[in-house]
Design a protein around this ligand. Structure first.
Ligand code: HEM
Length: 329
């Protein structure tokens, strides 16, 4: 989907646009809250917890939410997680596949194709099973979508959707969650404020999205000549849209390098902009809000207790590891 232009892009995006609207997502609020509570109960215990906030906590909840709404069984989640890390980790030594050569541009391309091949093999079975027996899940909506002429969309359309959901749908959100907890650990005053007033959680999520900007870039090609802030752009020029840079733009954000819970307005573009703007934005915000509403009131303190490491990537990622101490009182 990310590579299509209108009108084809619109037709493909429309397959599940309705499902991703805030009004439709309300239906999943209780289910997501249950998953957030379950993640806290399974991964944290009363009292002091010393853990890697990424690998021991943040990574699993968004995967579990998106996979359970999507329709992938829990026992296949580790496979989805491994493929996602390989998909986004073509430049990270910790996410290398064994069946490709070491870190080179060629190896990155090989790793990308090998990962896509594995995703497609898995999704082939998923499409077949949902066409044979549809369920109340997102996979069934996508697999059974039909073109205006009444025929099923080509399987590649479903695969494209499935890969986007299975990759963009959780790594981005877990990076944001870990980044928000790190930001709060370094800012006890803001932590105390949001803990005392959960109505501030949506603002915390929004500032967290700006702050982390887990999607670092997308590439685009100009379809017409244009002058942007005095720069001549020529049809056919290729661009690297740097979301992190835009979200630190000092013309737009006061003190853009400060994390501010009360930042208003906060018109970040962590979800992109225009026709390709992230379809999962409301789901991501809902998941983050629910997790923080559940977690923060129970936390009496957060402290960073070791060195941070980030994923080596120019595409999607954030913290790879962050030793943290969470006190659940
Ligand atoms: C913190 C969480 C997330 C961030 C920061 C994020 C960010 C982005 C960005 C920057 C784009 C490209 C926008 C553009 O080209 O203008 C995008 C596209 C997309 N995202 Fe997300 N995303 C997140 C969560 C999700 C979730 C939860 C899902 C689905 C379950 C999802 C599915 C997609 C899809 C399918 C596209 C392609 C849309 C298109 O090309 O029309 N994302 N996202």
């Amino acid at each position: 989907m990310t590579y299509l232009d209108p009108p084809e892009h619109t037709m493909v995006k429309d397959i599940a646009n309705e499902w991703f609207r805030p009004a439709s997502l309300k239906k999943w609020e209780d289910r997501i809250r249950e998953l957030a509570r379950q993640a806290i109960a399974e991964r944290l215990r009363p009292g002091v917890n010393e853990l890697d906030v990424v690998g021991d906590f943040a990574l699993f909840y968004p995967l579990h939410v998106v996979m359970s709404l999507f329709g992938v069984p829990a026992e296949d989640e580790p496979r989805m997680m491994a493929l996602t890390q390989e998909f986004f980790g073509t430049a990270d030594p910790e996410a290398q596949r064994e069946d490709v050569a070491a870190l080179t541009p060629e190896a990155a391309a090989q790793q990308w194709s090998a990962t896509i091949r594995d995703f497609y093999a898995y999704f082939d079975l998923l499409v077949e099973s949902r066409r044979a027996e549809p369920k109340d899940d997102l996979a069934s909506i996508i697999a059974n979508a039909r073109r205006p002429d009444g025929e099923f969309f080509a399987k590649e359309v479903s695969y494209g959707w499935f890969v986007a959901i299975s990759t963009a749908g959780h790594d981005t959100t877990s990076s944001t969650l870990a980044g928000i907890l790190e930001a709060l650990a370094h800012r006890p005053e803001q932590f105390a404020r949001v803990r005392a007033n959960p109505a501030l959680v949506p603002d915390l999520v929004n500032e967290g999205l700006r702050w982390v900007s887990p999607v670092k870039h997308f590439a685009r090609q100009a379809t017409q000549d244009y002058v942007l802030r005095g720069q001549q752009i020529t049809k056919g020029d290729r661009f690297m849209l740097l979301y992190q840079s835009a979200n630190r733009d000092t013309d737009i954000f006061d003190a853009s390098d400060e994390f501010r819970l009360d930042r208003k307005p906060n018109r970040h573009i962590a979800f992109g902009y225009g026709p390709h703007m992230c379809i999962g934005q409301h789901l991501a915000k809902q998941e983050l809000r629910i997790m923080l509403e559940e977690l923060l009131p129970r936390l009496t303190s957060i402290e960073v207790v070791g060195d941070r490491r980030v994923v080596q990537t120019n595409f999607v990622g954030g913290l790879r590891r962050l030793p943290i101490r969470l006190d659940l009182g």
